[in-house]
Design a binder for this molecule. Structure first.
Ligand code: SAM
Ligand code: DTB
Ligand code: SF4
Length: 324
């Protein structure tokens, strides 16, 4: 029996055979019906008042050779982000210690690379090892990975690898021309095969249609194993990127995307990721009701602002949420 078949056999709700039409039909449900369904499923698998806390750090900022139209770190666009060298291990570990003291359970380190060079990896491995030794879960996002690189990161103690599909396969070419959807899927497979948990999601607000959102979630939910973490980012519009100045996303449409992700992948952590700085408390509360149970905590994402920790603590108090 394949891994996927075994999982399905043990739990009929954990499906990997969703049709695209079924996913579109979830998006088309009356809002209350969709939220009720998502919250009901959420309660079956998770404590509804617990939210996992991850903190991000950009260990190598800017100067990226890829042309992702949303990204301030691409060398193709003139943005406020300037290229920097990779951070030193001790500086990263000091930041991780602060994140742990502030209540994070996972520390995610991001690099603006198309793919890591083998000579960069020993330093990243030292960061992973050090963060792990602090008792934090480790996550990195470094671009495309070859099988031997994934194995080396696993060896260093890596728990999660973040690698987003970002949008649907059909819309992908409008957003990124320097790599293909299949490149992304290949890396996800290399990460899985190395025994690392997968963190994979996308962005809402790139100019995609609802069908594109449905198609991206369909791809995620029909992978042989669902990603353990599914980040749903709201586009952070940064001056100089091609997507700056585009239309705002309707908050209800964003919440729907979270709810559909929750219904399709019941056991995954769905992360309300970038874009919270532009959301009011009521919208975030709806996201948690729709099944989001993870956030990025700390005043910076990679290069753009995230809500102040004092605002997040007040939000948790207001909603009776507890960090997990
Ligand atoms: N360079 C690696 C890669 O792209 O795989 C890792 C770092 S990259 C910054 C990680 C993810 O951040 C992207 O896949 C994208 O989903 C998200 N991201 C980047 N810029 C964003 C923005 N302006 N708004 C929302 N999400 C963004
Ligand atoms: C993810 O899905 N979102 C995070 C993390 N994975 C690496 C990154 C958000 C970046 C937002 C833009 C910035 O701060 O540069
Ligand atoms: Fe580079 Fe990642 Fe930004 Fe794309 S999203 S330009 S790969 S840092």
């Amino acid at each position: 029996m394949t891994v996927a078949a075994r999982v399905v056999a043990s739990d009929p709700e954990l499906r990997h055979d969703w049709s695209l039409n079924e996913v579109k039909a979830l998006f088309a449900l009356p809002f209350n019906d969709l939220i009720f369904k998502a919250q009901t499923i959420h309660r079956r698998y998770f404590d509804p008042n617990a939210v996992q806390i991850s903190t991000l750090l950009s260990i190598k900022t800017g100067g990226c050779p890829e042309d992702c139209a949303y990204c301030p770190q691409s060398a193709a666009y003139d943005t406020p982000v300037k290229a920097e060298k990779m951070m030193e291990v001790q500086t990263v570990l000091a930041d991780a210690a602060k994140a742990k003291a502030a209540g994070a359970s996972r520390f995610c380190m991001g690099a603006a690379w198309r793919e890591p060079k083998d000579r960069d990896l020993p330093k990243v491995a030292a960061m992973i090892k050090g963060v792990k030794e602090m008792g934090l879960e480790t996550c990195v996002t470094l671009g495309m990975l070859k099988p031997h690189q994934a194995e080396m990161l696993k060896e260093a103690g890596l728990d999660y690898y973040n690698h987003n599909l970002d949008t649907s396969e059909a819309f992908y070419g409008e957003i990124i021309t320097t790599r293909t959807y299949q490149d992304r899927l290949d890396t996800l497979e290399n990460v899985r095969k190395a025994g690392i948990s997968v963190c994979c999601g996308g962005i809402v607000g790139l100019g995609e249609s609802e069908d594109d959102r449905a198609s991206m979630l369909h791809t995620l939910a029909t992978l042989p194993e669902h990603p353990e973490s599914v980040p749903i980012n709201l586009l952070v519009q940064v001056e100089g990127t091609p997507l700056h100045g585009g239309g705002a996303v309707d908050a209800i449409d964003f919440v729907r995307t979270i709810a559909v992700a929750r219904v399709l992948m019941p056991k995954s952590h769905v992360r309300l990721s970038a874009g919270r700085e532009d959301m009011d408390d009521a919208t975030q509360a709806l996201c948690f009701l729709a099944g989001a149970n993870s956030i990025f905590y700390g005043e910076k994402l990679l290069t753009t602002p995230n809500p102040d920790t004092s605002r997040d603590r007040a939000l948790f108090d207001r909603l009776g949420l507890k960090p997990a």
